[in-house]
Structure formats: C-alpha cells, structure tokens
Design a protein around this ligand. Structure first.
Ligand code: NAD
Length: 515
C-alpha cells in the first residue's frame, strides 16, 4: 500500500495538473488529494515573491521580528488544530507532534524573534595594523532575495517552519515545497504566517513531489535550504552548484551512542529508548547504533529490553510508537533487519511489522550480535530499531562510531562530564550530546549541521541566520581616497618605498603588533 499514489491521467480533465492521492499511514484509509504544482507555477510564485521582497527587506528587522512574535501567538492559540493536521497525515503520537513539531517551532520563533535584530545588525569592525589608520570596515548583512525551502515528511511542520522563519526575518521571501507525503503540515506554515500578518506575496507553498522540488531548485531562487535524504540532497547540491547559488543541505544520519562503564545505566537505557524510538525512529539525529563497553553491556541490554516491553504502539489514545510515515522507509527497515538476521544478529524483542495493526507499524526492536558488515550499522535505518554492539573499551567504541559515512549527531554516556567532552570531541559528527539524547536540534544557539555525507551548512546558531544573507563588506577610506589616487603612475622610486615600508612593518618586532 502506497501512501502517495498518482491519480491516473484518465481521471483528470484534459490539460489539468497532475494529482496525488494520500492515505493515512496509521489506517491506510484515503485521507486527501493534492494538485502537483508545475514548473510554471513555481516561476509565477517566484515572480510574485521577487515583487514583494524589496519592501519587506526595507523594513527594520524589529518590525519583521514582530511577525514572528505574532506567529508564536497564533501557534499557541491553535496548537491543537495544528497537531491534528500533523497527526492525520503522519500518524505520530500526540506527544511527538507536540514536542518535535510545536514546541520546537515555538522555541525557534521566540529565539529568532528576540535575537534577530542583534544578529542581523550592521556592525563596524576594526581593521588590523596600519590599515586601521586608513580605512573603516562596515559589515552589512543583506537578504539574499528569494529562498527555496524543501522539506521532508518526518518532521513536516518544524522542518518547514524553521528555515522559513529564519529566511523571512532575515528579509527574504520564501517558496516552500513540503514533502508530498505530508503536504498539509507544510501548508500550515503559510496559514500561520498569513494569520500573523506577513505581507502578501512573501511566502508561497508549492505542493508537489520531486518534480516540483527540482523545478524550485532550477527556478532561479537565490538559495536553497534542503532537508531530506542524501540521494536527493546530492541532486539539489549539484543543481545549486551549476547555478552558482548557495545551499544548506541537512541530510541523513547514523548517530552512534557510546555507553561508558561509569554511565548511569538506568538513565542511559532510558536515553537509548528515547533516542531510538521517538517519532518511531524517523528522526535524522535518532540513535541508530549503540556501543556499550563490555563491563556494563549485559546489564545495559537487560534494562533496554525490559523497558522496550512496556512501550505501546497504536493510533488512538495514548501510545509511544506510531507508524512509519512512508511505505518505502518501512521496506528499508525490514531489509536492514532481515540482512542483520541473515548475517547472524539476534532479535531480543520486536523485529517485524506489528501483526495486530493495519497501518505501517514496525515493532520497537532491539538487536544484538550485530557487526559492521551489516546494513543496520552502516546505512540510515530511520525506524524503531536499536542495534547494540559490545565493545572492549571506549577506544574501540570511538573507532566504530567513526567508521561511518554519516556524521550528524552522537551521544556519550558517562558520569564524568570532562571525559564525556573529551570523547565527544573525538567523534566525527556535527554535534554531540553528553548524557542526553534529543537535544541536538533543540538548542537553537548550537550550530546544527552534518559532517561527511550528513550535509553542508548549519540550520541553527548565528551562522544559520546569516546564511540567508550576504554579509556585504563596505570599506570606507578615512583619507578620502588620497592614497589610492596617488597610486598611478608606477615608478621605481614608489616600488623602493613600498619595499622599505614592508621591511619596516614585518621584519622587526613591530610585526607582533601590526599583524
Ligand atoms: P527525500 O530526499 O526523499 O525528500 C525530501 C524532499 O525533497 C521532499 O519534499 C521531496 O519531494 C523533495 N525532492 C525529491 N526529489 C527532489 C529533487 N530531485 N529535487 C528537489 N527536491 C526533491 O527525503 P525524505 O524521505 O522526505 O526525508 C527523510 C530523510 O530526511 C532522511 O534521510 C532523514 O535523515 C533526512 N532528514 C534530515 C534532517 C536533518 O536535519 N539533517 C532532518 C529530517 C530529515
């Protein structure tokens, strides 16, 4: 059962746009139908955005930030409504929707509303050495223009709203293309900002699949902020390179967790469950593999399995584990588990689709006797599966943690915070949590971005907001241009003077002051 199926051309009126039918991942029942935006739709949206953007950019940042504050009010007032939309097309538990989508969005709105003015303020920077006597440097962040935002289905609201709010407050217009699997959650972003009073023309949501996404990248936008898989990210990156426009690529992960002998095992076991199973494991920085030192391995595994038994899976009322949101991802999870079993892994709990439920449910699964020749330890599984590896010591854990083409997040569990930081800084990943699982994306001041194949650029931290701007350098000559004007014509005497000046600056102890 596919969640997204094309409406057959025979059912469409001549000349009509393509349509996609959507089914619920929880019940497999039809829930929606969308019209796919064409390349011409994208170009029309871009033209409207280009018209609206200069007036928006001309407004003071504080005024633009007011729209973010109002969006926060709207979101707080309408959170139940928004959660219902997100749950309907993703099937995720209410708590996952509230925590991952709404709480994180509120936090990002408040964070950037409060700080945007300071982060985007033009500033002067003192130049070094003698240059400071002759020139003054102004650094002026200026919006790029129109930003293309392309988002995935696992965090369909937060991963659409977060880049959008940053791009907008930085003075840009936005064309947003949410995943075809969860289009209405993306549409909520337009609804949110319209109700918050964002001027018309600045934000366009274009529903559609990869074809619409590709058209957006090729449309002439000034930057692309892409969140999704490595494969698609590579295509987006290549297209942006051809067009010479910047892109931020937030891609997949295979995050390792290291459990040291001195870890609080109960907390570490709880962390492993939260890290692997929240949002049914469909989180880019979810815990995808655990390395436990020999001395505490048996006890850690026992506690993890014991806790996993208590987890509830379902679609109504209270439950912890929802369905897989996309059928292809469920197939990947099944392939990874089957490959692991065929190569000698042991399933301690779970390991199969939930036979009691209609939808795309995979049981929370714990695997042991796993090795690095298995896909489950090398490729992104993106499902509720926790493979646990016994290691001799922390050195072996580090070696295996780094034996991976991804480098998004990681976690280290130890009672010794100093040791935790020392180990963290030896893991080749964009961020690391010590004694916590889920906070990597939750601290907007912390740079969040991947290394290796996990991506390019940051979606959080001061660099993230500035990535929606070009920081223009304006250099003002304090001498009114006298120095440059006397440059021509050249002469041997001028060359000799320059050489003397260079030796004066850099061949004496003076260089420590003028460097
Ligand atoms: P995907 O790459 O299949 O799709 C992402 C988006 O790209 C969708 O909107 C899709 O329609 C669009 N798209 C498809 N083909 C395109 C093309 N040729 N050009 C432009 N756009 C195109 O990813 P997904 O399956 O929706 O999401 C899951 C992946 O996202 C996982 O790998 C996960 O790790 C990753 N992810 C990363 C982060 C992060 O912050 N690093 C966060 C969430 C998800």
């Amino acid at each position: 059962m596919a969640i997204v199926t094309p409406v057959s051309p025979g059912e469409l009126a001549p000349g009509a746009r393509r349509r996609l039918r959507l089914a619920s991942p929880a019940t497999l029942e039809p829930i929606d139908e969308i019209e796919v935006a064409t390349a011409a739709d994208v170009v029309a949206a871009l033209e409207a955005a280009r018209k609206a953007q200069p007036a928006w950019a001309a407004r003071p940042v504080a005024e633009r930030a007011q729209v973010l504050w109002r969006a926060l009010d709207v979101l707080l007032a309408r959170m139940d409504e928004y959660v219902a939309v997100i749950q309907r097309e993703s099937g995720k538990p209410r708590t996952d929707a509230l925590m991952i989508e709404i709480f994180a969005a509120c936090d990002a709105l408040a964070h950037f509303a409060k700080r945007a003015e300071r982060m985007l303020r033009p500033r002067t920077q003192r130049l070094h050495g003698v240059l400071a006597l002759a020139k003054k440097l102004h650094l002026v962040p200026r919006p790029l223009g129109v930003i293309g935002v392309i988002s995935p289905w696992n965090g369909p609201f937060i991963l659409s709203v977060n880049p959008t709010l940053q791009a907008l407050v930085a003075g840009n217009a936005v064309l947003l293309k949410p995943s075809e699997v969860t289009p209405r959650s993306g549409e909520l972003v337009a609804k949110l900002f319209a109700e918050a009073g964002l001027p018309e023309g600045l934000l366009h949501v274009l529903l559609g699949d990869g074809e619409t996404g590709a058209a957006l990248v090729e449309s002439g936008v000034d930057k692309v902020s892409f969140t999704g898989s490595v494969g698609t990210g590579r295509k987006v990156g290549e297209a942006c390179a051809r067009r010479l426009v910047p892109c931020t690529l937030e891609l997949g992960g295979k995050d390792p967790m290291i459990v040291c002998a001195d870890a609080d095992l109960d907390r570490a076991a709880g962390g492993a469950l939260a890290g692997a199973f929240f949002n049914a494991g469909q989180v880019c920085f979810s815990t995808e593999r655990v390395y436990v030192v020999d001395a505490v391995y048996d006890e850690f595994v026992r506690r993890v399995v014991e806790r996993t038994r208590t987890l509830r899976q379902g679609s109504g009322g209270e439950f912890e584990i929802g369905p897989m949101i996309w059928p292809r991802q469920l197939e990947i999870v099944e392939q990874h588990v089957a490959d692991a079993i065929a190569k000698g892994a042991k399933v301690l709990i779970g390991g199969r689709r939930n036979p009691a439920l209609e939808g795309l449910y995979f049981e929370p699964t714990v695997l042991v006797d796993v090795t690095h020749d298995m896909a489950i330890l090398r490729e992104e599984t993106f499902g509720p599966v926790l493979p646990i590896v016994r290691v001799r010591d922390e050195e072996e854990a580090l070696r295996l943690a780094n034996d991976c083409r991804y480098g998004l997040g990681a976690t280290v569990w130890t009672r010794d915070a100093t040791k935790g930081v020392a180990l963290a800084t030896r893991i080749d990943s964009g961020s690391v949590c010590v004694n916590d699982m889920t906070m990597t994306y939750g601290a907007p001041e912390a740079p969040f971005g991947g290394r290796k194949e996990s991506g390019v650029g940051y979606v959080h931290g001061p660099d993230a907001l500035l990535s929606y701007c070009h920081v223009q350098a304006v250099l003002v000559d304090r001498l009114g241009g006298r120095q440059t004007a006397s440059h021509f014509p050249y002469s041997a005497a001028k060359d000799a003077g320059m050489q003397k000046f260079m030796r004066f600056l850099w061949s004496t102890p003076l260089r420590r002051f003028v460097g």
